[in-house]
Design a protein around this ligand. Structure first.
Ligand SMILES: [Zn+2]
Length: 295
């Protein structure tokens, strides 16, 4: 099942649950004669007034009485209490994905990614870093980028292990998700595996699904570029396609790596190097022990 279907399944379950609870409450309340009479009168008024295209005070009063009676009878709401009022748990508003659907999609993507809990920029304690002032500036710059219109389309975070690159990545991913952007987090290793699988796959839909999310996700995070085992000509081509397509489509991409830009040119090729090194990339080098996490 693809991510969208999985997310819709959750949303549909929410809706069915809300409908079912409301129906149960209504049936329970209708066992009370007084309530049943009031409810029938209310509904027939709703229908006749709706036909005339207006509502009046009388109806409002009747509705209030119904609610009061429900309280007295100790019965919950007879209208479905949807988790999302915007789309009433349908997942779409005017044919567009509702924020709640995007949140579900992101939840699935994050749990699939294996990156664990994301981090809010607000909760970063800078005193755990050596060189806290500089780190703080970097975090502020990238938080602003997450909320920008992406004139800079890519972020390249380079530096040794233990410099907190992945931690920063989790903050950024969290920020995008808060903005309702469908966000994919993946290790370079997993992405290269998916590309190889896609290449070998005979089923056209599966073939597309395997790399589609990397091309189309509103934001893509590639963690630890350079640690994938086999950077063959094939995976290099895929990597180029993904990076290049995303730049052309103005979709932001974030890369973390232990490699320097010069290493990228050596380990991959000139095309990938030039896409990453161009002026539309924010390049941040975590260097020296100044930026290491304190023990
Ligand atoms: Zn919604």
């Amino acid at each position: 099942m693809n991510v969208l279907d999985e997310a819709l399944k959750v949303i549909n379950q929410n809706r069915l649950h809300a409908d079912l609870v409301a129906k149960g409450n209504r049936q329970l309340a209708m066992q009370n004669k007084e309530f049943a009479n009031l409810y029938k009168s209310y509904m027939s008024n709703v229908i006749s007034l709706a036909r005339q295209g207006n509502f009046d005070k009388k109806l409002e009063k009747e509705k209030k009485n119904l609610d009061l009676m429900l309280k007295k009878l100790n019965i919950g709401n007879i209208e479905p209490n949807y988790s999302c009022r915007g789309c009433q748990d349908s997942g779409y508003i005017n044919g567009k994905q509702c924020e709640c659907l995007k949140r579900e999609i992101n939840k699935i993507l994050v749990s699939e990614s294996g990156f664990g809990e994301l981090v809010d920029f607000k909760n970063v304690k800078f005193d755990i870093f050596d060189g806290a002032e500089l780190i703080k500036k970097i975090y502020q710059k990238l938080e602003a980028w997450c909320n920008s219109d992406f004139k800079k389309k890519m972020v390249f975070l380079s530096g040794g292990t233990g410099t907190g690159k992945t931690y920063l990545l989790k903050c950024m991913a969290n920020e995008f998700i808060k903005r309702g952007k469908v966000t994919t987090l993946v290790t370079a290793y997993k992405m290269s595996q998916d590309c190889l699988k896609s290449y070998a796959c005979r089923d056209v839909f599966e073939k597309e699904a395997l790399i589609g999310k990397y091309l189309e996700s509103e934001v893509l995070f590639i963690d630890d570029l350079g640690t994938e085992v086999n950077s063959s000509a094939l995976t290099i081509n895929y990597l180029y396609t993904i990076i290049n397509e995303r730049k052309m489509r103005n979709l932001p991409t974030v890369i973390t790596t232990n490699l320097s830009l010069a290493d990228i040119r050596d380990q991959y090729d000139e095309r990938i190097y030039s896409r990453i090194a161009d002026e539309t990339t924010i390049k941040i080098q975590f260097a020296g022990k100044d930026l290491r996490l304190k023990k």
